[in-house]
Design a binder for this molecule. Sequence first.
Ligand code: HEM
Length: 129
Amino acid sequence: MSDVKIYTADQVAAHNTKNDLWCVVEGKVYDVTKFVDEHPGGEEVLLEHAGLDCTDAFEDVGHSEDARDLLAQYYMGDLSGATEPAGPPKPTVKKSEIAPSAKSEGSSILQIALPVAVFVAYLAYKLYA
Ligand code: HEM
Protein backbone atom coordinates (compact mmCIF):
# COMPACT_ATOMS: atom_id res chain seq x y z
CA MET A 1 0.00 0.00 0.00
CA SER A 2 1.40 3.36 -0.88
CA ASP A 3 0.12 6.36 1.00
CA VAL A 4 3.02 8.58 0.06
CA LYS A 5 1.96 12.16 -0.40
CA ILE A 6 2.76 13.74 -3.72
CA TYR A 7 3.54 17.43 -3.90
CA THR A 8 3.90 19.60 -6.96
CA ALA A 9 6.85 21.93 -7.41
CA ASP A 10 4.45 24.84 -6.87
CA GLN A 11 3.29 23.44 -3.54
CA VAL A 12 6.89 23.06 -2.40
CA ALA A 13 7.75 26.55 -3.65
CA ALA A 14 5.09 28.02 -1.34
CA HIS A 15 7.21 27.00 1.68
CA ASN A 16 10.14 29.28 1.08
CA THR A 17 10.68 31.23 4.29
CA LYS A 18 12.85 30.62 7.31
CA ASN A 19 9.79 29.73 9.41
CA ASP A 20 8.39 27.43 6.78
CA LEU A 21 11.13 25.90 4.72
CA TRP A 22 10.73 22.95 2.38
CA CYS A 23 13.20 21.66 -0.11
CA VAL A 24 13.60 18.75 -2.48
CA VAL A 25 16.47 16.29 -2.50
CA GLU A 26 16.46 13.54 -5.12
CA GLY A 27 12.75 13.79 -5.81
CA LYS A 28 11.75 13.74 -2.14
CA VAL A 29 10.19 16.64 -0.32
CA TYR A 30 11.54 17.65 3.09
CA ASP A 31 10.29 20.13 5.65
CA VAL A 32 13.56 21.30 7.16
CA THR A 33 12.06 24.27 9.03
CA LYS A 34 13.17 22.87 12.38
CA PHE A 35 16.63 22.15 11.06
CA VAL A 36 17.47 25.60 9.68
CA ASP A 37 19.03 26.83 12.93
CA GLU A 38 20.90 23.57 13.46
CA HIS A 39 22.38 23.19 10.00
CA PRO A 40 26.19 22.98 10.30
CA GLY A 41 26.42 24.59 6.87
CA GLY A 42 24.47 27.62 8.10
CA GLU A 43 20.95 28.82 7.50
CA GLU A 44 21.93 30.95 4.54
CA VAL A 45 22.39 28.05 2.12
CA LEU A 46 19.11 26.48 3.15
CA LEU A 47 17.30 29.79 2.70
CA GLU A 48 18.81 30.11 -0.76
CA HIS A 49 17.19 26.82 -1.68
CA ALA A 50 13.96 27.34 0.22
CA GLY A 51 11.05 25.89 -1.72
CA LEU A 52 13.39 24.59 -4.38
CA ASP A 53 15.22 21.48 -5.48
CA CYS A 54 18.54 21.50 -3.67
CA THR A 55 19.75 18.08 -4.85
CA ASP A 56 22.79 19.44 -6.69
CA ALA A 57 23.82 21.74 -3.82
CA PHE A 58 23.31 18.91 -1.34
CA GLU A 59 25.39 16.49 -3.41
CA ASP A 60 28.11 19.03 -4.23
CA VAL A 61 28.86 19.55 -0.55
CA GLY A 62 29.40 15.82 -0.13
CA HIS A 63 27.15 15.47 2.87
CA SER A 64 27.85 12.54 5.19
CA GLU A 65 25.69 9.47 5.70
CA ASP A 66 24.56 11.10 8.95
CA ALA A 67 23.32 14.09 6.98
CA ARG A 68 21.38 11.77 4.69
CA ASP A 69 19.95 9.91 7.65
CA LEU A 70 18.88 13.23 9.12
CA LEU A 71 16.84 13.95 6.02
CA ALA A 72 14.60 10.97 6.77
CA GLN A 73 13.07 12.63 9.81
CA TYR A 74 12.03 15.65 7.75
CA TYR A 75 10.52 13.62 4.92
CA MET A 76 7.10 14.80 3.79
CA GLY A 77 6.44 12.99 0.54
CA ASP A 78 7.53 12.82 -3.06
CA LEU A 79 7.72 15.48 -5.70
CA SER A 80 5.20 14.88 -8.44
CA GLY A 81 6.77 13.70 -11.64
CA ALA A 82 9.88 12.52 -9.83
CA THR A 83 9.32 8.94 -10.86
CA GLU A 84 8.09 9.79 -14.34
CA PRO A 85 9.78 12.04 -16.84
CA ALA A 86 8.62 15.55 -16.07
CA GLY A 87 8.24 18.42 -18.48
CA PRO A 88 8.09 18.30 -22.24
CA PRO A 89 9.37 15.13 -23.84
CA LYS A 90 12.91 15.40 -25.06
CA PRO A 91 13.34 15.28 -28.81
CA THR A 92 14.96 12.06 -29.92
CA VAL A 93 16.47 13.71 -32.99
CA LYS A 94 19.70 15.31 -31.90
CA LYS A 95 21.67 18.19 -33.40
CA SER A 96 24.17 15.82 -34.95
CA GLU A 97 21.35 14.21 -36.89
CA ILE A 98 20.01 17.48 -38.29
CA ALA A 99 23.03 19.50 -39.28
CA PRO A 100 25.64 17.47 -41.07
CA SER A 101 23.36 15.21 -43.16
CA ALA A 102 24.66 16.54 -46.48
CA LYS A 103 28.20 16.20 -45.28
CA SER A 104 27.80 12.66 -43.99
CA GLU A 105 26.14 11.66 -47.27
CA GLY A 106 29.15 12.93 -49.17
CA SER A 107 31.58 11.22 -46.90
CA SER A 108 29.72 7.91 -47.01
CA ILE A 109 30.03 7.88 -50.80
CA LEU A 110 33.72 8.57 -50.40
CA GLN A 111 33.96 5.80 -47.84
CA ILE A 112 32.77 3.30 -50.45
CA ALA A 113 34.39 4.83 -53.55
CA LEU A 114 37.87 5.06 -52.12
CA PRO A 115 38.36 1.40 -51.16
CA VAL A 116 36.78 0.35 -54.48
CA ALA A 117 39.18 2.60 -56.38
CA VAL A 118 42.10 1.19 -54.42
CA PHE A 119 40.93 -2.36 -55.10
CA VAL A 120 40.48 -1.69 -58.84
CA ALA A 121 43.94 -0.13 -58.98
CA TYR A 122 45.33 -3.21 -57.22
CA LEU A 123 43.60 -5.54 -59.70
CA ALA A 124 44.88 -3.50 -62.66
CA TYR A 125 48.39 -3.64 -61.23
CA LYS A 126 48.15 -7.43 -60.74
CA LEU A 127 46.79 -7.96 -64.25
CA TYR A 128 49.18 -5.76 -66.16
CA ALA A 129 52.33 -5.70 -64.09
C1 HEM B 1 18.26 20.00 2.99
C2 HEM B 1 18.73 19.29 3.94
C3 HEM B 1 20.13 19.37 4.50
C4 HEM B 1 20.55 18.67 5.57
C5 HEM B 1 19.72 17.69 6.40
C6 HEM B 1 21.92 19.01 5.79
C7 HEM B 1 22.70 18.50 6.80
C8 HEM B 1 24.01 18.80 7.03
C9 HEM B 1 24.86 18.19 8.03
C10 HEM B 1 24.41 17.10 9.01
C11 HEM B 1 26.08 18.72 7.92
C12 HEM B 1 27.33 18.37 8.76
C13 HEM B 1 28.34 17.67 7.91
C14 HEM B 1 27.85 16.33 7.40
O1 HEM B 1 27.38 15.50 8.20
O2 HEM B 1 27.92 16.11 6.18
C15 HEM B 1 26.01 19.69 6.86
C16 HEM B 1 27.07 20.46 6.45
C17 HEM B 1 27.03 21.34 5.41
N1 HEM B 1 25.96 21.59 4.59
FE1 HEM B 1 24.15 20.76 4.73
N2 HEM B 1 22.33 19.91 4.86
C18 HEM B 1 21.25 20.15 4.03
C19 HEM B 1 21.24 20.97 2.95
C20 HEM B 1 22.29 21.72 2.50
C21 HEM B 1 22.28 22.54 1.32
C22 HEM B 1 21.11 22.71 0.37
C23 HEM B 1 23.49 23.10 1.23
C24 HEM B 1 23.86 24.03 0.12
C25 HEM B 1 25.02 24.25 -0.32
C26 HEM B 1 24.27 22.65 2.35
C27 HEM B 1 25.58 23.02 2.65
C28 HEM B 1 26.35 22.53 3.66
C29 HEM B 1 27.73 22.90 3.90
C30 HEM B 1 28.53 23.93 3.12
C31 HEM B 1 28.16 22.16 4.99
C32 HEM B 1 29.57 22.13 5.58
C33 HEM B 1 29.66 22.99 6.78
C34 HEM B 1 31.06 22.96 7.32
O3 HEM B 1 31.76 21.94 7.18
O4 HEM B 1 31.44 23.96 7.92
N3 HEM B 1 23.52 21.80 3.11
N4 HEM B 1 24.75 19.71 6.32
